[in-house]
Design a binder for this molecule. Structure first.
Ligand SMILES: Cc1cc2nc3c(=O)[nH]c(=O)nc-3n(C[C@H](O)[C@H](O)[C@H](O)COP(=O)(O)OP(=O)(O)OC[C@H]3O[C@@H](n4cnc5c(N)ncnc54)[C@H](O)[C@@H]3O)c2cc1C
Length: 416
């Protein structure tokens, strides 16, 4: 079979898929690309869905159709099409009960699902949601219109974004966090003080050190929760944001190697010939820590998908892995960026902290002090890109360390 006739099948129609399809098209103008997505909607920009809840954006404004590969010919997108199994011996995927689609190269870009703790699953009631898809956002928006108070479980970034969407909609929001702080994956408790203040200013009620013990209901569904400290919190909607887990259930009977996510090599290939994986479903190596990692970020899914697309089309392209780098973003009225290694307690790193009323900067250096390995900037994220570059490139920074610590780093230092 010639390259021109290659049948590419992609499971998933989001970040990783989009960039993979673009890369395939750049390298192979003739192959057929079939995209399968279990969601009803055509591809859209997932990070924007909280804005559908706040009312700041409409569904058409989030659409990816007309962008990137989706305006190219010979790409077929089948929405509302759930893949139920993959047969790597016969190179087919099954959709629904029996419909079978053959592939020459397969990309699994099925992303992740919200993780719902087993005890919450058992208590499920009308008005309990997780936000992952546009479909979820529509349901939450509909319930919000007849709701005054919302309770949210989990202090991660996605939950905070959703909390703000609800606040903007005029709801009272209580956020229940098991650990003593919000954003515990992105920073240590002392680092998060300014963020907590900003959340207070915005009117978010944060309840730390607690879990949900019981969901209270009436005929309309949720009406509150009982916390693990026995206190009651009232609310007509409960949103669970306890992280995500890779969407791999449909691979149960396949030989694709799974370790939380799909195990991939440096060329984004799975353990079976002609099968690739990218995005939130793929397990990669964090190039800074050397640990296996699932990224959970749109930008990383795009990058990995692009490598996968090139590899599928025969253009060998190495994926250098994620580097614990997280996006700069805004919570309430405060910007922050957290990148690289930021949890340092007892780990032997050299750390430098500079703090004012409005800004916080933590720099983490390797134990020999020769490399910058992580940073948290809150309130003032100016020039964060320069620090990101030093972390990613693992540069020896001895000659410019003073400038880094004094926040005098500028582009000129990279010309030396
Ligand atoms: C509310 C929210 C806010 C976010 N904000 C940000 C942000 O600010 N910055 C950032 O970097 N990241 C953000 N993210 C994370 C980002 O959206 C994800 O990292 C990214 O979408 C991952 O892309 P992906 O292509 O791997 O998979 P996903 O976007 O998860 O898409 C998975 C695709 O697979 C399909 N699928 C799954 N299983 C099947 C099956 N069995 N059969 C057929 N199709 C299937 C789905 O229909 C979907 O099309 C946010 C996520 C959410 C939910």
């Amino acid at each position: 079979m010639t390259v021109e006739q290659t049948r590419y099948v992609i499971i998933g129609a989001s970040a990783a898929c989009m960039s993979a399809a673009t890369a395939i098209r750049e390298s192979d103008s003739c192959g057929d690309i079939t995209v399968l997505s279990m969601e009803q909607e055509m591809p859209y920009f997932r990070p924007m869905i909280p804005f559908l809840i706040s009312g700041k954006k409409s569904e058409p404004e989030m659409s990816l159709i007309g962008n990137g590969p989706f305006k190219e010919p010979k790409i077929q997108i089948r929405t509302g099409t759930r893949v139920t199994s993959v047969d790597t011996d016969n190179k087919t995927v099954t959709v629904g009960n029996s419909d079978s689609i053959s592939y020459d190269r397969l990309l699994i870009a099925s992303g992740s699902n919200p993780f719902i703790p087993a005890e919450i699953k058992k208590m499920s009631a009308e008005g309990v949601y997780s936000l992952r898809t546009l479909g979820d956002a529509k349901k939450i928006a509909a319930r919000s219109s007849k709701t005054r108070r919302a309770i949210m479980l989990g202090g991660g970034l996605l939950n905070l974004k959703t909390a703000f969407a609800l606040l903007e909609r005029g709801l009272k929001v209580s956020l229940v966090v098991y650990s003593g702080q919000v954003l515990s994956q992105l920073m240590e408790p002392d680092d998060a003080k300014l963020i907590h203040k900003a959340l207070d200013r915005a009117g978010l009620e944060i309840i730390t050190g607690c879990d949900i013990k019981k969901i209270l209901t009436d005929k309309d569904g949720v009406k509150g929760v009982v916390l693990s400290n026995e206190k009651k919190v009232e609310g007509e909607m409960l949103l669970i944001g306890k992280g995500v887990s890779p969407n791999v259930g449909f691979l149960d009977k396949s030989n694709v190697s799974i370790d939380r996510g799909i195990v991939t090599d440096e060329y984004t290939a799975a353990n079976i010939k002609d099968v690739y994986a990218a995005g939130d479903v793929a397990l990669t190596i964090d190039s800074l820590t050397g640990k296996k990692n699932i990224s959970g970020l749109w930008t990383n899914a795009v990058e990995m998908g692009r490598c996968a697309g090139f590899n599928m089309a025969g253009k060998q392209t190495r994926y250098c892995g994620v580097a614990g780098i997280l996006n700069a973003t805004q919570v309430a009225d405060i910007s922050f960026v957290s990148m690289g290694i930021v949890h340092t307690k007892g780990a032997g790193y050299e750390t430098h902290i500079a703090e004012t009323q409005k800004a916080f900067r933590k720099l983490v250096f390797s134990s020999d002090g020769k490399r910058l390995v992580g940073a948290v900037f809150i309130g003032d994220i100016e020039r964060a890109g320069l620090y990101r570059y030093l972390i990613l490139e693992k540069r020896n920074i001895e000659k410019i360390k003073k400038q880094i610590i004094n926040h005098q780093l500028h582009y000129g230092h990279f010309l030396q």
